[in-house]
Design a protein around this ligand. Sequence first.
Ligand SMILES: N[C@@H](CCC(=O)N[C@@H](CS)C(=O)NCC(=O)O)C(=O)O
Length: 196
Amino acid sequence: MKLYGTSTSPFVRRVRIVAAEVGEAVERVDTATEEGQAELRALTPIRKVPVASLDGRTLFDSRTIVDWLVTTRGWGAIQPPRDPWIEANLLNAIDAALDAVIQLFYLRRDGVAIDGTPYAERQLARADAIFLWLGTQLAHDRCGFGPALGLAEISLVCALDWMDFRQTYPTERAKTVQGVRNAWKKRASLVATRPE
Ligand SMILES: N[C@@H](CCC(=O)N[C@@H](CS)C(=O)NCC(=O)O)C(=O)O
């Protein structure tokens, strides 16, 4: 699979983790470079990463790429969802926290004095509410939402690690879900893809 994206994006990272878990080799095109960005823009009008080229297709969006991988390659060592609707709620919640905080990151990076504004506070409060809710969805051992590593656990770890890496959200505020990150921190696919 040719995967367009940066080494730091949490959305790209979740695809890289799933690819590793299902045994799909990844050739990454770095979209942080001018050439990579030009290639990306020729492929997608959305101008967001990840985008994948595989099996004669171009696929936009991490969730779609992951769906394609698990559908065509199988789940490998990943736990398939027991209830796809519950899984969709978990993934939508994690994506909403990431999207909220990513907007703050981009605004700050472009020099907008966003910190402390009602808009920024609302986004951080949204992330607080999401992590609190995710905490209520954990299994008894608090290591995840089910018995093993699934897509929601992968996405949550990618989100928290990225928030720490970019210091966009103080993840000590996400106390209720820290156990998930601790539980999977030695998983090879997670170790190999940590943002740095
Ligand atoms: N829903 C998309 C979100 C992807 C996304 O937000 N990617 C960010 C990088 S982490 C991006 O490319 N942003 C570029 C921009 O907003 O201009 C997915 O899951 O793939």
